[in-house]
Write a protein that binds this ligand. Sequence first.
Ligand code: PLP
Length: 396
Amino acid sequence: MINFNQPHLTGKEAHYMYEAVYAGKLSGNGTFTKRCQARFEERYGFRKTLLTTSGTDALEMCAMLCELKPGDEVIVPSYTFVSTALAFLREGAKVVFADSMKRNPNLDAETLESLITPRTKVIVPVHYAGVACDMNAIMAIAEKHNLLVVEDAAQAIDSYYISRKSKVESQKPLGSIGHLAAFSFHETKNITAGGEGGLLVVNDERFVRRAEIIWEKGTNRAEFFRGEVNKYGWVDMGSSFLPSEVNAAFLWAQLENLDEIQAKRKQLWNIYHERLSNILERFAPSGKNPRKGAFTLPDIPSYATNNAHMFYLVLPSLEARTAFIKYLKENGVAAVFHYLSLHTSEFYKTRHDGRALPQCDRYADCLVRLPLFYDLKMEEVHHICDLIGTYYQSHC
Ligand SMILES: *Cc1c(COP(=O)(O)O)cnc(C)c1O
């Protein structure tokens, strides 16, 4: 069986975890935590970062920092992981679900403005599959209406938005554009902190001090240890969001190898893309023959880069996807689907305002993810593509 995902070890994890244990300080905000945070800040130009125990925690910190009042509205795509919405709902906000684009599952910036009301406070773009949302468009709308932007960059480590403003092109790391951002280091993401982990990014200076306080159970402990205040105490809301040094040590090993991990993932992603493009051309040519019964490949807009977080296909119907996943499973390949539309979920359907979100529903029914992880072999990717080729030979 080819697994859908397999966590990768660089080989240095256990070494650094021992080092953390023998240093005699295992609780959070120690040497490895600081080392990881400094690396993220230097490499991506984030103003301030704080490691968290999960991506969900980082999103919850973002939501707390937004200081929402009951009835405030937060715009979130419906095609996303629950935590994107849940973090804001827990703060008493009303979640307003946005539809995805036709070309890819990201939030549709063109219809975004129609969702804004006088109660809107925050927009939460999710960079699905590590592919950027149209951030210039989203930031312009946010600025016009004086809204905060929280990037759910859970899948988007080492990916960029290519900004073209008055003919000047610049690459901005995802997570560095909104006021706040959240990354995940869950075992299914490109790098992991030993199974669970996350990162809060603060780009707006206004939130730096409070972020640190919320991180440390509502105390000004971090300032105290830097010698900035002479006693520490309870000063605000907060929780225990910081991971242990053991997790930070694990993450450090992965972070040291980030370039190698990314290169390998992109190599595998490119094999999928090339082979499956050929299969599409052969069995479901574009032009006069509609690609009935076939699939579409991942879309990477000209303003986005690819961090090879995910390789997904979009099939024409739920029935087609079910049959496709079954065929792969029978042939020893675990392909999976995900994200039931949040607006139709058991928990939220009675709270949703009733708008249809057709693109979201289409991805929920038709999107399938193929195995993609560091230790997947090139031959295995070729084998999966061969299987798909055989399948379409008899289905198109
Ligand atoms: C993985 C993920 C999360 C949650 O991250 P955890 O670390 O599992 O809590 C949130 N949003 C998106 C889009 C994700 O993919």
